[in-house]
Design a protein around this ligand. Structure first.
Ligand SMILES: Cc1cc2nc3c(=O)[nH]c(=O)nc-3n(C[C@H](O)[C@H](O)[C@H](O)COP(=O)(O)OP(=O)(O)OC[C@H]3O[C@@H](n4cnc5c(N)ncnc54)[C@H](O)[C@@H]3O)c2cc1C
Length: 403
């Protein structure tokens, strides 16, 4: 095993990889442009621990098959990494998938897809390791009367309750940061933008140098690129390009903490550019409305600049998000009444894929090309999803540690 490793990026992927490697005996330097670990996309996302139900436009099931093992392993591996249980940080109820009248996948096809995914999930050997024992719970289709009672039936044409959970990403982040700081073999090199990775000598499998805005660091026996939105540009400095067309999208959502307890279900409107709500507990609620929260997208190696938002622009996004989602679920008006303190925060979605979510055939509806690329001592990992990061990190670390 290499004794000196540079991990680029301190989100969930870089941090998980650094922790596994350090605990396996390596000395690990973790570089990040942010001033503190876990302060970007891994801190501010919805935290759905995917079982594949979201990717019904990919009828090949390749996206679901790629996400299921990491989703099932998330709880076990995260608890190992941070050293404490996370049950209390997860949504306490099953998620409800609501089929929007403009869904790119018709309701009957969606229902059939859910059954196929449930078969894959509950026959997997790790099914009991999820937040609920998935060998014991099946999806349940909502009746017309249930839909009419809780949702706007002009907009919601069908619904299925599935045993999928989400975690509240802010407290998970804080526990990861504590674990990183407690690990003597990890050196955190924050506030340091990486600009390139170069060979340190003539051998392609030899030591590597990390170029940063502050100067050159290294040599390192291994460099692991876990930079998410920044990853393709650094890969390109090392001569590696994405395997197919890709997209960077910057999305903001509402992270609300209410003063009064509210009883709100977790649900997601599918399939297309809609939104979702996650209720992690009686006071912590996540709300997104895709048309309001998508600030910018691009398809170059480096992501476009995130537009600066004035206070009135932020307030307008908050209102448009609440309005968009409340049209489909009128009972969400309760969130406004519960005196919420709302933070508008966001992050990047990098994906191999392109097109519009309103187009069924857009490759953005797939997550089937999440890759780990290795060239000599350089390894580049596409996280793909928050939910699979600890599992990807474990695979990479086990291979490097010879396990
Ligand atoms: C609104 C939203 C909702 C989402 N919901 C879900 C969900 O429900 N479930 C799910 O599984 N996934 C979800 N995702 C995707 C998920 O958040 C990401 O896949 C995951 O957080 C990426 O983790 P990471 O460690 O790769 O990246 P990050 O957490 O972004 O970490 C990468 C780090 O690299 C640093 N960096 C980048 N470039 C450079 C550079 N050149 N030099 C130095 N540092 C650099 C950044 O500062 C950052 O700290 C969502 C994303 C968004 C935006």
């Amino acid at each position: 095993m290499a004794s000196s490793v540079a991990v680029l990026g301190s989100g969930i992927l870089g941090s998980s990889t650094a922790l596994f490697l350090a605990r396996g005996g390596a000395r690990v330097a973790v570089f990040d442009a942010a001033e503190a670990p876990f302060s970007r996309t891994s801190r501010w996302n919805e935290g759905k621990i995917h079982l594949g139900y979201l990717y019904s436009a990919d009828t090949s099931l390749r996206s679901a098959c790629g996400l299921i093992p990491g989703g099932l392993a998330f709880k076990r591996l995260t608890e190992e990494l941070i050293g404490c249980p996370i049950d209390d940080l997860a949504t306490p109820q099953n998620d409800t998938y609501l089929v929007h009248r403009d869904s790119v996948v018709p309701a009957d096809e969606f229902a059939a897809y859910v059954e196929r995914v449930a078969d894959l999930v509950d026959s997997h050997p790790d099914a009991p390791d999820y937040f609920v024992d998935l060998t014991k719970v099946r999806p349940r289709t909502l009746g017309r009367d249930e839909i009419a009672a809780d949702f706007e039936s002009e907009i919601v044409v069908a619904g299925v309750r599935v045993p999928e959970r989400s975690v509240s990403t802010v407290p998970v982040s804080e526990r990861f940061v504590d674990a990183l700081r407690a690990e003597a073999r990890i050196q955190l090199v924050m506030g340091t933008r990486v600009t390139a990775v170069r060979l340190g000598g003539p051998s392609p499998s030899g030591p590597l140098l990390v170029e940063t805005e502050r100067g050159i660091e290294g040599p390192f026996d291994l460099v692991i690129n876990a930079l998410w939105e920044g990853r393709p540009a650094i890969d390109a400095s090392f001569g590696i390009l994405p395997c197919a067309a890709w997209t960077h999208r910057y999305r903001v959502s509402l992270f609300a903490t209410t003063q009064d307890a509210v009883s709100i279900p977790s649900f997601v409107l599918v399939v297309g550019p809609f939104g979702d709500v996650k209720a992690y507990g009686p006071r912590d609620v996540y709300v997104s409305w895709y048309p309001a929260g998508l600030l910018i997208e691009g398809s170059r190696l480096a992501p476009p600049d995130v537009p600066a938002l004035s206070e009135p622009a932020r307030a307008a996004i908050v209102e448009a998000t609440l309005d968009g989602i409340t049209r489909a679920i009128p009972s969400l008006g309760a969130l406004r009444d519960a005196r919420p303190e709302i933070r508008l925060e966001g992050g990047w979605v990098y994906a191999i894929g392109e097109g519009s979510l309103a187009d069924r055939h857009a490759t953005l509806h797939r997550r089937d090309r999440i890759q780990v690329v290795r060239e000599g001592s350089y390894i580049s990992i596409d996280t793909g999803k928050y939910s699979i990061a600890p599992w990807l990190a474990r695979r990479v670390a086990d291979e490097l540690l010879g396990r």
